[in-house]
Design a protein around this ligand. Structure first.
Ligand code: GLV
Length: 339
């Protein structure tokens, strides 16, 4: 089989002609495993690989050494509880950075350029009734123009994914990068000046969240979830944003107050939103206030969903698990020191 057809095959099947040691217990279906199945199978296990859909609070069984999650986020794991048990936690940073940055840019473009409305119109068979008109389905342009030569891109959270997203946007002619990040970490002026120089930007600056919301033409939410960032995007913040601005969330749904965002879109405080994540997912049905908003483009938590990236994530999750079981260094271990 060629590399290209491997890439497009759904999954690999491997046949092993001897018992090579470990007992592998695999949930056989391509959907989140049932809680009862997990709890039944955990006793006696040395390690477990979980997805972000599997909540890890207390896991019984004295033999357990490691929880390895196939995700960069680990809010679904109660770190205090697992630290008390002395368990190691592995995760999959870095390997998904590019895929998430790609999708973040896609969402910004989709939301700004009425992607959701346009696709919906065609799929509902309404194109024949849609009359092309000079200003129909127009939206704010992401790239700069001669008449509009400034573009300020904001990031709530300025880690690896945000910085790669910034690099993706440079060819659009963006001029300023603003970001807000953990208030307890001091600004890194040297790094910011180097980034500005590298990308030929007028400025890369750490600002407070009010300035971030006031100034950003596109605001990307790329910060971790959890209680520290819960509903950080709320009505107060949304009211400060520009009427032509776009909000993109490719981190965790809990950072955004969905009702406030729906109100902001309905009442035109902002132009549009592109969401990979929504609080309460996957229970985001047709009657959800955000689904009802035409200028809200929502995809079902697929930011890392490329064949290449998901394979890397699966490999990294397996490597973390094996290293912890054998007592070696895990390629990516969650730091439990401050838990
Ligand atoms: C996806 O959201 C992840 O955390 O990997």
């Amino acid at each position: 089989m060629s590399v290209a057809s491997h890439l497009h095959s759904e999954r690999f099947k491997v046949v092993v002609c001897r018992n090579l040691g470990p007992d592998l217990v695999i949930w056989p279906e391509d959907r989140a495993c049932e809680r009862s199945w997990l709890m039944e199978n955990i006793p006696g296990a040395t390690g477990v690989i979980v997805m972000l859909t599997d909540k890890v609070r207390s896991l019984s069984g004295p033999s357990l050494k490691v929880v390895s999650t196939m995700s960069v986020g680990y809010e679904h794991i109660d770190l205090k509880a697992v630290a008390q048990r002395g368990l190691k936690v592995g995760y999959t940073p870095d390997v998904l950075t590019d895929a998430v940055a790609d999708l973040s840019v896609m969402l910004a473009l989709m939301a700004g350029r009425n992607g959701g409305v346009g696709v919906d119109l065609v799929q509902k068979g309404q194109w024949p009734n849609f009359s092309w008109a000079p200003f129909s389905l127009c939206g704010p342009q992401l790239s700069t123009t001669a008449a509009s030569p400034t573009r300020k891109i904001g990031f709530l959270g300025f880690g690896r994914i945000a910085q790669v997203t910034l690099a993706r946007l440079v060819p659009f002619g963006i001029t300023h990068c603003l970001y807000s990040s953990n208030p307890s970490s001091p600004p890194n002026h040297a790094r910011d000046a180097a980034l500005a120089k590298q990308h030929n930007l007028q400025a890369v600056s750490k600002v407070d969240i009010d300035e971030l919301s006031r100034e950003s033409d596109v605001l990307f939410i790329l910060a971790p979830g959890g209680s520290d960032t819960y509903h950080v995007v709320d009505e107060r913040l949304l009211r400060k944003m520009k009427r032509t601005s776009i909000l993109v969330n490719a981190s965790r749904g809990t950072l955004v107050d969905s009702d406030a965002l729906a109100k902001a879109l309905r009442e035109g405080w902002i132009w549009g939103a592109g969401l990979d994540v929504v609080e309460g997912e996957p229970n985001v049905a047709i009657d959800h206030p955000l689904v009802k908003e035409p200028r809200c483009v929502i995809v079902p938590h697929v930011a890392s969903a490329t064949l290449e990236t998901r394979r890397e994530m699966a490999t990294r999750a397996a490597q973390n698990l094996i290293a912890a079981i054998l007592g070696g260094e895990m390629p990516a271990q969650v730091n439990m020191a401050n838990v």
